[in-house]
Design a protein around this ligand. Structure first.
Ligand SMILES: [Zn+2]
Ligand SMILES: [Zn+2]
Length: 187
């Protein structure tokens, strides 16, 4: 029997998910073979000891085929050391070469966390992500709008300067013309 838990990075399911929604969680996390709810793994030590499981070990496993199974069917003689690093046959769908990740007792591997989080929490995350992206879009749109307004003002200013130069040139031409006429009259 192993004496320490497997070296897996695990995360606590939020306290709400682990207590208040225990009943609804049991409808999601249960053994596909015997339908035992995963919540019993951590809370009911009697079941664990009756099945010969050592406490502190995940007695429920998520297989890479997507099925959750309890230790009784994969490890009838107890959970081996480094159980998660080997491959097995799924006791439910009989697929070969599947890998297992410990679940249950309020703990799931970090990369599988979303599979076990309440829908409300997942939606909150999605809403947060959409808000973040929308805010960033609005910010850059405002930036380009301001830039465009600044450029428009600059172009208008330059056009005004050019019109002024044009007027001056015309006036200069007219002046030159009248001077020439006056000279011709004097001669
Ligand atoms: Zn089972
Ligand atoms: Zn399976």
């Amino acid at each position: 029997m192993p004496s320490s838990p497997p070296p897996r990075q695990e995360v606590q399911i939020s306290s709400t998910a682990a207590s208040d929604t225990r009943n609804s969680e049991d409808l999601i996390i249960y053994c596909c073979v015997c339908y035992l709810p995963a919540s019993s793994a951590g809370s009911d030590r009697a079941i664990n000891s009756a099945r010969g499981k050592s406490n502190g070990y995940p007695t429920f496993w998520l297989a890479s085929c997507g099925h959750i199974v309890c230790s009784s069917h994969v490890f009838p003689n107890g959970v081996p050391l480094e159980a998660a690093s080997k491959t097995y046959t799924c006791p439910y769908c009989k697929n070969d070469g599947i890998s297992l990740a410990g679940v249950g007792a309020g703990e799931v591997p970090v990369d599988l966390r979303d599979y076990f989080r309440p829908e409300s929490e997942l939606l909150e995350d999605v809403a947060g992500a959409i808000k973040f992206r929308t805010n960033n879009l609005i910010r850059i749109a405002k930036h380009y709008k301001k830039l465009s307004e600044t450029l428009t003002t600059k172009v208008e200013d330059q056009r005004r300067v050019l019109l002024k130069v044009k007027d001056e040139l015309i006036r200069g031409k007219e002046l030159k013309g009248s001077v020439l006429i006056r000279q011709a009259l004097h001669n």
